[in-house]
Design a protein around this ligand. Structure first.
Ligand code: C2E
Ligand code: CA
Ligand code: CA
Length: 570
């Protein structure tokens, strides 16, 4: 017999009272089982003849305030507790757990008191854990900034409506605040947050006051999902069209009207999948977002077909990329001084079993689902490969520009990834140019500037595409270090160059050249346009007048030919 065993034989191990032991066994680790605690307590209480157990909190604990985990009958109003367990007297969350006898002839001995202490201690743990789980569950279903429910909360409500078989009485909306980003851009981040909280409050009041079964959830940024009773829809949309915010800034109140872009889907009885109604509402929303103004679009047959088509594309895109169905076309850029080819733009096409799908049919979708990032790098890879081959063959290579979507900005490393790919093919960086589109969003502009700087430091030029559309501003150019500005084709009408176009385009060209930035005009289709552009000293052009985007083999011929005929010469 070892020394230790001799010792332990002498000390009596603490024996857990059978009753409290059984109690613990009944309730332990069963926080999710709402019946476990009453069952366990009843068991001990019956044996000890307890009339009531009451938990009282001093703190502002609304969830657990005045909690009665056991009540044989209401002795509380009749007398003082017969035994009291006080958790802490200094802590602001003082907790008292009070025990009442079932009747006056009950006598509690020491072991009963120990049982009550143990049970009280356990109750504290149990309640703490319940509270924690409750809060975690709330947090998981709620958005931190606004306190609205999030996607999880939205889905919970919708699935409960579906379970009750009443979902078809409701309509799902997917919406965003029209031009909300401009508020933070104009007044700064804090005011932007203030505005978001106010919008959320107004939406919550609007939605909840109409009917308590309706819900509004904040998904990401300024995107919301709503469930309304279909009978309330009209009134709801009317309210949405007129939401006014009072933003306080430097003790001043700025009034700001908010309108919404909304996609609407009426839930059908046949809808069983809880994800689909929101997806349908989003499909309608993405159509309404294409409009220039805030508006409301209802899901319909046409949108459904478009939706199914997009689902089909999404299901096939990765295989298509792996199978080499995406191909790169090259559209030459021409210098009007000598009509030589001065560069080209790489443009992607999808060759779907011989049918060439134009990029506008898949790029907007790829921008939404993020797949554009794979496509852009695929295009860059093909371009680097081609340039490497042309250099090895001794061709006169020209710089090739590759389009990179704004979606890349979410990846802070993307500029370095571009550099790595160019290096991998040992392509001199002067042959690669990256085309970006501008953004109305300040945050994006900062990220874009960083990317352009990185590329520049490796000798890769950047251009600003589609200038003259959306919210383009010349002031952006003074801060964004791009090398080339591409004027959007919409600034030149095809048939004739009007006086208005002359004034706008010539001024843009002059100011941009003053900033030492090169200008290229895209979409040049007529001789008249060429003459005008030469006049105003805009010598770089790209357009159908010279060439359409060409398959690689055809473009190689252009590289060999190097000179175009002057289209203006008789
Ligand atoms: P973009 O970057 O503005 O490209 C120029 C578009 O104008 C091309 O359309 C081109 O074919 C077209 N175009 C060229 N010359 C003329 C002309 O004289 N008249 C007219 N009316 N159009 C002309 P495409 O190839 O259909 O591409 C459309 C858009 O799709 C591109 O606009 C670009 O935003 C996007 N895109 C194309 N390829 C890629 C890519 O690889 N990555 C990314 N992110 N976007 C791409
Ligand atoms: Ca482009
Ligand atoms: Ca363009």
């Amino acid at each position: 017999m070892s020394e230790q065993e001799v010792k332990s034989e002498g000390v009596k191990p603490p024996v857990l009272d059978r009753r409290i032991g059984d109690f613990l066994e009944l309730v332990y680790d069963k926080t999710d089982d709402v019946t476990a605690l009453p069952q366990g307590i009843s068991f001990v209480a019956d044996e000890m003849r307890i009339g009531q157990i009451h938990v009282a909190f001093n703190g502002e604990d609304i969830l657990l305030k005045e909690f009665t985990p056991y009540k044989k009958y209401d002795t509380r109003l009749l007398n003082e507790p017969d035994y009291e367990f006080v958790h802490s007297v200094v802590n602001e969350n003082d907790t008292m757990i009070q025990f009442w006898k079932l009747d006056s002839d009950v006598v509690w001995d020491d072991s009963d008191r120990r049982n009550m202490d143990d049970m009280a201690r356990f109750l504290l743990l149990y309640l703490g854990r319940t509270k924690y789980l409750y809060e975690a569950k709330m947090a998981a279903a709620h958005d931190e900034l606004t306190g609205l429910v999030n996607l999880t909360g939205f889905t919970q409500t919708l699935s409960s409506l579906m379970e009750q078989g009443i979902a078809q009485k409701y309509t799902v909306l997917y919406m965003s605040a029209y031009k909300f980003k401009l508020i933070s851009q104009k007044y700064g981040y804090d005011i932007g947050n203030q505005a978001m909280i106010q919008i959320a409050d107004k939406l919550k009041t609007m939605t909840g006051e109409m009917s308590s079964d309706q819900v509004v959830a904040r998904l990401v940024n300024d995107n919301f999902a709503v469930i309304v009773r279909t009978s309330n829809l009209e009134k709801y949309l009317e309210m949405l069209s007129d939401v006014e915010l009072d933003l306080s800034m430097n003790r001043e109140i700025i009034k700001q009207r908010i309108a919404f872009i909304v996609g609407v889907y009426h839930i059908k009885e046949s809808d069983k999948n809880v994800q689909m109604p929101l997806e349908y509402a989003m499909a309608a929303y993405s159509i309404s977002k294409q409009g220039e103004q805030s508006n409301v679009v209802y899901f319909n047959e046409e949108i459904h077909n478009h939706f199914l088509k997009e689902k089909d594309i999404e299901a096939r895109m990765q295989d298509a990329l792996d199978a080499g169905e995406f191909v790169v076309y090259y559209q030459p850029k021409i210098n009007l001084d000598d009509f030589c080819i001065s560069g080209a733009e790489a443009l992607v096409r999808w060759n779907d079993n011989g049918e060439i799908i134009p990029p506008m049919e898949f790029i907007p979708l790829f921008e939404r689902n993020g797949f554009i990032c794979n496509v852009d790098f695929f295009v860059l890879n093909s371009v680097c490969q081609a340039i490497r081959k042309w250099l090895d063959e001794g061709l006169d290579v020209v710089p090739i520009s590759v389009n990179f979507s704004k979606v890349h900005l979410a990846n802070e490393n993307f500029a370095n990834e571009i550099v790595q790919m160019v290096k991998k093919y040992r392509v001199p960086t002067k042959y690669i140019e990256v085309e970006f589109t501008e953004s109305a969003n300040m945050e994006d502009t900062t990220l874009l500037t960083q990317a352009v700087d990185i590329l520049k430091s490796y000798g890769i030029a950047s251009s600003m595409d589609d200038f003259g559309t959306g919210s383009s501003s010349l002031s952006l150019l003074t801060s964004l270090p791009v090398d080339v500005l591409k004027i959007d084709k919409s600034l030149l009408e095809a048939d004739a160059v009007s006086e208005r176009e002359r004034v706008i385009v010539s001024n843009i060209v002059r100011m941009v050249q003053d900033l030492d930035i090169n200008v290229i005009m895209e979409g040049v289709e007529t001789v008249e346009q060429v003459n005008f552009l030469k006049q105003i000293n805009c010598n770089l052009v790209q357009g159908f007048l010279f060439d359409r985007p060409l398959p690689k083999e055809e473009f190689e011929e252009r590289l060999q030919r190097v000179k175009y005929a002057n289209p203006g010469a008789q």
